[in-house]
Design a protein around this ligand. Structure first.
Ligand code: DP6
Length: 361
């Protein structure tokens, strides 16, 4: 995709200002696992954004043509973060060809996150999507255009992808697909697109995601390493096929309001993701014994109550319990009484589907 922006205009010289976006984390139901350069997915994925788990980024910018660009540090909740600053510096280098102003810009970036400390929940999708939206907003301001519309969000998604693949799905509300597939018209490997709300039954417009924190320690193997191990994975082709076919089944289930198939596919994807890790070379396990116990508890709860509550996992031991919002009152006592004793210090985040990113300035 060519999202090269026009050369810096005279009127931009000396321009300065501030932009700010708040952007959420997302949870994938069909998993992105395996990629090829540059950050293009091996298979399509599908996710929805969360409400409470968000990162707010604010960029102060100053443009001076002829002057070397600079990035004066990255503050998280008011504090310097060296390792994330390095990642941001690399990201800014990678996205430079997409923004003509970047060469002449000095940026001061600060961020605030609502992610509760020590929960092991990754904030990179939220952070990179907020950052991408901010950069696109600076460009829009310099071009005197509004930071809205499908072209704006498509570019933001494309840019967010270069920071972290899953971040490209965080720029939209509702159900979002990233990766080219014949089943979704307009889908693309370079950016995510939202599913048309009318193709998703009402029950899937307000899902709950109770995040059960089993262990908050940093991951033994990063997602980036995990993706890389898919290159020579013995089940690579089978996994690819499975993801395409699971996405098709999921899209049909969402269209028809078929919760059983939705749940079956959601759980299948979570277990497949972790099977890929276990059968990688070298194999590794990110689940914790309590992850398995909670999976069994959720399945038993479903058998006994017929409440359509399902689990999914990201690349870690924590469980995302997904169920329709109308079941909240029935599910909460189950979580409190049976599940929280298996969580680290009884920690959980009662989150759910959110409305997507918010432009603040
Ligand atoms: C298991 O997006 O974190 O959460 O592109 O290397 O930054 P990078 O990886 P990342 O991978 C996410 C993997 C996943 C599944 C998903 O979100 O689809």
């Amino acid at each position: 995709m060519n999202s090269q922006s026009p050369e810096i205009h005279h009127s931009m010289q000396g321009a300065s200002g501030q932009v700010s976006w708040e952007s959420p984390a997302n949870i994938a139901l069909i998993k992105y696992w395996g990629k090829h350069p540059v950050q293009l997915p091996m298979n399509p994925s599908l996710s929805f954004v969360l409400k409470k788990s968000v990162v707010r980024i604010c960029i102060d910018y100053a443009i001076q043509a002829g002057q070397a660009s600079g990035f004066t540090g990255f503050l998280i909740n008011g504090r310097e973060n060296k390792s994330f600053s390095e990642r941001i510096a690399l990201f800014l280098r990678d996205v430079d060809p997409h923004f003509s102003f970047l060469k002449h810009a000095t940026l001061k970036i600060s961020s605030e996150s609502t992610f509760p400390p020590a929960t092991g929940i990754a904030s990179s999708a939220a952070a990179f999507s907020a950052l991408a939206l901010c950069l696109c907003s600076v460009e829009a301001k310099l071009n005197n255009t509004a930071p809205e519309g499908s072209v704006f969000f498509r570019k933001a998604s494309n840019i967010a992808r270069l920071g972290s693949g899953s971040a490209c799905r965080s720029v939209y509300p509702g159900m979002v697909v990233w990766g080219q597939t014949k089943s979704v018209s307009g889908s693309d490997d370079h950016y995510a697109i939202p599913l048309k709300p009318e193709t998703v039954a009402p029950v899937f417009h307000s899902l709950q995601d109770s995040i059960l924190i089993v262990n908050s320690s940093p991951k033994k193997v990063s997602s980036s390493k995990g993706h890389a191990m898919m290159h020579h994975h013995p089940y690579r082709e089978a996994r690819k096929e499975q993801a395409f076919s699971n996405l098709d089944r999921m899209l049909r289930a969402m269209q028809t309001g078929d919760l059983d198939t939705f749940g079956e596919v959601t759980e299948n994807e979570a277990l497949s993701l972790h099977s890929m890790m276990m059968s990688s070379s070298p194999g590794y396990v990110l689940m914790h014994p309590n992850t398995f116990r909670i999976i069994e508890l959720i399945r038993e709860f479903r058998r006994q109550t017929a409440i359509p509550a399902y689990f999914t996992l990201d690349a870690g031991p924590n469980i995302h319990m997904i169920y329709p919002q109308k079941e909240v009152e029935k599910v909460r006592p189950f979580i409190k009484e049976e599940v929280l004793p298996l969580c680290e210090d009884g920690k959980w985040i009662d989150d759910g589907m959110g409305n997507g990113p918010r432009h603040e300035a």
